[in-house]
Design a protein around this ligand. Structure first.
Ligand code: HEC
Ligand code: HEC
Ligand code: HEC
Ligand code: HEC
Length: 132
C-alpha cells in the first residue's frame, strides 16, 4: 500500500476504536459516587456498583428516576430521566463553596431509602469506606 493510504487507514482505525471505547462507557461502569462538585473531599468516596446495587435493591428499569429525576412546576415528571446529569447539576447552589444542599440530596436519597427499607448501609463509615 502507498504510505498515504496506509496512514489514512490507520487514522480511521484509531477513530473507530476510540468511538467504541467512549460509547461502551455507561452506568454499568459506575463503581463509586464521585460528584465533580466536591473538589476537596472530607470523606472517602462511596463505593456504588451502579447496576449491581440496583439489581440487589430491586430497583427496576422504569424506576431510574428515583435518583435521576426531573421536575416541572414543582412536580416530578414520571416518564422523564436526568441520567445524563450529575446531581450537582441541580442541587448545587450558585454559591459554589456551600455543599450542604448537595450533601443533603445524596444523604436523603441514599441513606433515606436504606433507613426506610431497613436494608443497606446507614452509618458514615459504611458508605464512606476507608480503603487503606
Ligand atoms: C439509587 C440511585 C440510582 C438509580 C436508581 C439509578 N442511578 Fe444511574 N447513577 C446514579 C449515580 C449516583 C450515578 C453517578 C453520578 C452521576 O453521574 O450522576 C449514576 C450514573 C448514571 C449514568 C451516567 C454514567 C456516566 O457516564 O457517568 C447513567 C447513564 C445512568 N446512571 C443511568 C441509569 C439508568 C438507565 C437507571 C435505571 C435503569 C439508573 N441510572 C438508575 C444513581 C442511580
Ligand atoms: C434536572 C435537575 C435535577 C437532577 C439532575 C437531580 N435532581 Fe433532585 N430534585 C430536583 C428538583 C427540582 C427537586 C424538587 C425541589 C427540591 O426539593 O429541591 C429535587 C428533589 C430532590 C430530593 C427531595 C425530594 C425527593 O425526591 O425525595 C432529593 C432527596 C433529591 N432531589 C436527590 C437527588 C439526587 C441524589 C440526585 C442525583 C442522583 C438528583 N436529585 C438529581 C432536581 C434535580
Ligand atoms: C430505593 C431504595 C434505595 C436507594 C435510593 C439507594 N439504595 Fe443503596 N441499597 C438499597 C437496598 C435495598 C440495599 C440492600 C440490598 C441487598 O440486600 O443486597 C442497598 C445496599 C447498598 C449498599 C451495599 C452494597 C450493595 O451494593 O448492595 C451500598 C454501598 C449502597 N446501597 C449505597 C447507596 C448509595 C450511595 C445510594 C445513593 C446514590 C443508594 N444506595 C441509594 C436501596 C436503596
Ligand atoms: C448511604 C450512604 C451514605 C451514608 C450512610 C453517609 N453518606 Fe455522606 N455521602 C454519600 C454520598 C453518595 C455522597 C456524595 C459523594 C461524592 O459525590 O463524592 C456523600 C457526601 C458526603 C460529604 C461531601 C463530600 C466530602 O467527602 O466532603 C460529606 C462531608 C459526607 N457525605 C459526610 C457524611 C457523614 C459525616 C456521614 C454520617 C453522619 C455520612 N456522610 C453518611 C453517602 C453516604
Amino acid at each position: 500500500m502507498e504510505m498515504r493510504t496506509r496512514m489514512m487507514y490507520m487514522t480511521v482505525a484509531v477513530i473507530v476504536f476510540l468511538t467504541a471505547v467512549v460509547s461502551v462507557y455507561s452506568q454499568e461502569d459506575v463503581t463509586t459516587v464521585e460528584d465533580s462538585a466536591f473538589t476537596e473531599k472530607m470523606r472517602p468516596p462511596v463505593p456504588f456498583l451502579h447496576d449491581k446495587h440496583n439489581e440487589n435493591a430491586l430497583i427496576h428499569d422504569d424506576d431510574c428516576n428515583i435518583c435521576h429525576h426531573t421536575y416541572s412546576d414543582g412536580k416530578k415528571l414520571e416518564d422523564e430521566s436526568s441520567e445524563d446529569q450529575e446531581c450537582s447539576a441541580c442541587h448545587q447552589p450558585a454559591d459554589e463553596k456551600n455543599h450542604m444542599e448537595l450533601i443533603k440530596a445524596y444523604h436523603n436519597r441514599c441513606k433515606g431509602c436504606h433507613t426506610t427499607l431497613k436494608a443497606g448501609p446507614v452509618l458514615c463509615g459504611e458508605c464512606h469506606v476507608r480503603t487503606q
